[in-house]
Design a protein around this ligand. Structure first.
Ligand code: HEM
Length: 338
């Protein structure tokens, strides 16, 4: 069955100014942290592992999925950065978002960001949850900014959001972020928010392939656990997409809803066996710290959708301008690939 093309965004007339203000709030936090330690990303400051990888596009996909780089079977080089979500670098046992950024290199097509139309990359950013507890970008940034002081946070949340919303949001956060993550290898990672997919709209997920489910508590060092696995052999995730069907079941503007539509496999991400702790591996990680992974690094037919996604356009731009980043790379320097 061909999915619907009847999706639409609802764009508030003043939202661009609101998103700039939210981005500035995150950058203020980023600069305040930099004054005490080093200049890092406003969010996802701590890398767990950086690895080189390939993205193999399957081919023979249904017409609605055979869009852009998914139109032809081809293998692309990619760089993958696993991270904790916080803007501060902290121990891995602390509750946190866990994310992955996948930058696919050598991707053609006209890109979205003005001035970067010819950039050779397409980025996929994903986290462990398939939806988010925040209804709006304002709510998300409010929590990020105010949770810096956990003691005052509960009282502020009760006053700002009202008791009902505050308690349900805090409950969802505690459940989501507090869940143990025994390994970064055994998880599904979700876009959580939609993107255009040609004429359609879709969310995507990286689904681990051939990995025994991990059990137990979160280790002291999630990066070391993943590095240990990569030293022994490759790790794979299938890139799968699920399509918009109708506004009620697969809403574009409500980021709290987990879409129930089936997933279609479009590509396989493979992290080759590698020693991320070697001199080469460390140099690759340093190189990646200066990159920008951004859902808006994408061809026009994959434009991020919904207010939360549109707010990210400003947030990632301001965070990367605050820390200064390298230009979009066409490939990984040969000496950094083991
Ligand atoms: C809900 C879906 C989201 C996902 C899946 C996601 C995922 C990620 C990931 C994986 C990274 C790290 C990228 C890297 O390794 O460089 C990141 C960074 C970041 N995220 Fe998000 N994020 C989401 C929502 C948001 C929202 C709503 C905002 C703000 C409005 C935001 C702001 C940022 C910022 C400022 C960075 C650092 C950018 C940089 O300096 O490179 N994110 N995100």
């Amino acid at each position: 069955m061909t999915p619907s093309t009847d999706w639409k965004e609802v764009i508030a007339p003043d939202e661009a100014a609101v998103f700039e203000r939210l981005a500035a709030q995150l950058a203020d936090l980023q600069k305040a942290r930099a004054a005490k330690s080093a200049m890092r990303r406003a969010l996802h400051a701590k890398p767990n592992v950086v690895a080189h990888a390939t993205l193999e596009v399957m081919g023979a996909l249904p017409a609605h999925a055979a869009v852009g780089l998914f139109a032809q079977p081809k293998t692309y080089q990619a760089v993958v950065r696993f991270s904790n979500g916080g803007g501060a670098v902290q121990g891995d046992k602390r509750p946190d978002v866990r994310g992955v950024g996948v930058k696919v290199l050598g991707v053609g097509g006209t890109k979205l960001i003005p001035g970067l139309e010819n950039a050779p990359t397409q980025d996929f950013l994903a986290i462990l949850s398939s939806a988010v507890p925040f209804r709006t970008p304002e709510e998300f940034v409010w929590v990020v900014v105010n949770s810096v002081n956990p003691l005052a946070f509960l009282f502020k949340a009760l006053a700002h959001l009202g008791p009902g919303r505050a308690l349900s949001l805090l409950g969802a956060l505690q459940k989501g972020l507090g869940a143990p993550v025994p390994s970064l290898a055994a998880n599904r990672y979700y876009s959580a928010l939609p993107i255009r997919f040609g004429a359609h709209a879709a969310k995507y997920a990286f689904v681990p392939v051939g990995v025994e489910p991990a059990t137990g508590s979160t280790p002291d060092d999630l990066g070391a656990e993943l590095a240990g696995r990569l030293a022994k052999g490759p790790l794979g995730w299938d890139l799968q997409v699920q399509f918009f069907t109708d506004e009620r079941t697969t809403p574009i503007e409500d980021p709290t809803i987990d879409w129930p539509t089936p997933f279609v496999k479009v590509a396989r991400l493979t992290l080759a066996k590698q020693d991320v702790a070697s001199e080469r591996g460390k140099k690759l990680a340093t190189w990646a710290e200066h990159l920008s992974f951004d859902p808006w690094h994408a061809p026009v037919e994959f434009r991020p959708l919904g207010a939360m996604m549109r707010s990210r356009s400003a947030a990632y731009r301001v965070s990367t301008q605050t820390r200064t980043v390298s230009p979009e790379p066409a490939s990984i320097p040969a000496e950094l690939v083991g």
